[in-house]
Design a protein around this ligand. Sequence first.
Ligand code: ADP
Ligand code: MG
Length: 560
Amino acid sequence: MPRIRLLPDDLINRIAAGEVVERPASVVKELVENSLDAGATSITVRLQQGGIGAVDVIDDGCGMDGDDALLALERHATSKLHEHSRLDAITTLGFRGEALPAIAAVSRLTLETAESDGEGTRVECEFGQIRDLRPIARPRGTHISARDLFQRLPARRKFLRSQETEFRHAVTLLTALALTRPAVAFLLIHNDRNVLHVPPARDLLARLPDVLGARHAQEATPISHHRPPFHISGYLLASRRARQVTLAVNGRVVRDRFLTAVVHRALRGASGALEAEGFLHLELPAFLVDVNVHPTKAEVRFTDPGTVAGALTAALAASLVRLRRPTEIRRLVTVPAAPAPQPQLPLSYPPPAPAPSVAESAAATPPGTPPCTPLGRLLGQYRGTYLVLEADDGLLIVDQHVAHERVLYEELLARDEHAPMQPLLIPAVLELRAEHAALARELAPALASLGVELEPLSGTSVRVLAAPAGLGPELLHDALPALLADLEAGAVPGETIRQKVAAALACRAAVKKHASLSRPEAEHLLARLARAANPHRCPHGRPIVLRLPHAEIERRIGRG
Ligand code: ADP
Ligand code: MG
């Protein structure tokens, strides 16, 4: 039998790190929570390479003295819980004393702290080993810097996603934390660029524009529901697709399954087909909730889940009535760069090549009737939605939207990645949500290869500098935010990011149902469809052409 042995401390810490420090965003979460527990009024988060390179959190909180600075890096060292503390009345975000040692075990960590302006302490720690301790001069507060995350744990590091994905997780988290504490100022800097600047606000409502952007804040339905002993606040925003509602309980951002299920049920029940996203903060007396059930405290347990569910459902029902549908086309701020009017862009991209000659395709049509398209003779448009053609073996019914979608998709993908972009006369500035701005940066190379050039501006804005012909600025206004929302949902297996972006762009750009097409427009579209590598299905898999064989028509009509 092997003997039971105590694990060495650094191994315990690395195991704990697995639970507490999943990814850079978890480091941000733990450090910012510590800053909030320290009573900070202003917190700066600085990330390099999505946090994989470095996470710095700087606060103006109560700080630590030299002894505590060292102790803080010891496992189960906490100032927040004492021998006589009641575990059922925890009001701080931390209490287990696990986070700092866990982070220190998997990074190069520097801790600088002072209890008042002037004399402070600096501790340097390398993958769990304290390397240096010295007095320094600094202002009151704490600055913790964790660099080279998981460098000594290659297996762990491999599981991290791209910098931009990691960064997006950090933004989502910080946005939620900022909503739980309106009075605290937050600044997020990524790769030396200010990304999110949230000044102190009176309450959640006043904070919304800084977190969501003015436009979304205007569209959001605020929630403030008081039902003793519960208080529920937050906002909901109608969205085109199922989206997560971020949840917080007593200032703690949680991913609680029970609460999520309650929210989803309420949304489904009340809003029909309308989807919503948003943020809900549930506040209740500390003794009615147990936060000590999950390693990262992401789940909580309620003494009386039934009444919690009831209060949440009531709060949601009251707000859902007021929920507004998203505006179909978001008109965003445009910066006039030139006085010239925007020219009408052609529906096609690239500019149409000459259609195949009649001789090339005459075999497909009855003799004597020259086809007006390679697929057959265009008879007309049915219900403003389908193009009806006479082919040699029957009738063809072409769905104009999916046909156009397929054509645009293939043309976008066929675009030479190095082809010059078509600059917009009037570059458009799009105001995006922080996560979408991060995603836009992540997708910038894929978009550029498709002819969409974006320039990230400060904060959450991006400027569209160029668009493929046919995807005018108007369309991009609508397409880009929607596209980013689509892409947020994750990739379809087997699909590259470029294909996914192209499919989403094509879908947004294609002619819609009930749009009348002139004969030349319809013929042009059919000619392009005939050239498509796959003229049968749209990029999402919907069939494009319905074929009614002549024999079947005859049979049904009673002639066969
Ligand atoms: P916990 O938050 O569960 O107490 P941590 O490992 O996160 O455990 O932190 C350990 C201790 O270090 C905290 O209890 C607190 O006393 C101290 N500490 C950590 N971060 C800060 C900070 N930013 N300002 C002041 N004290 C801090
Ligand atoms: Mg903590």
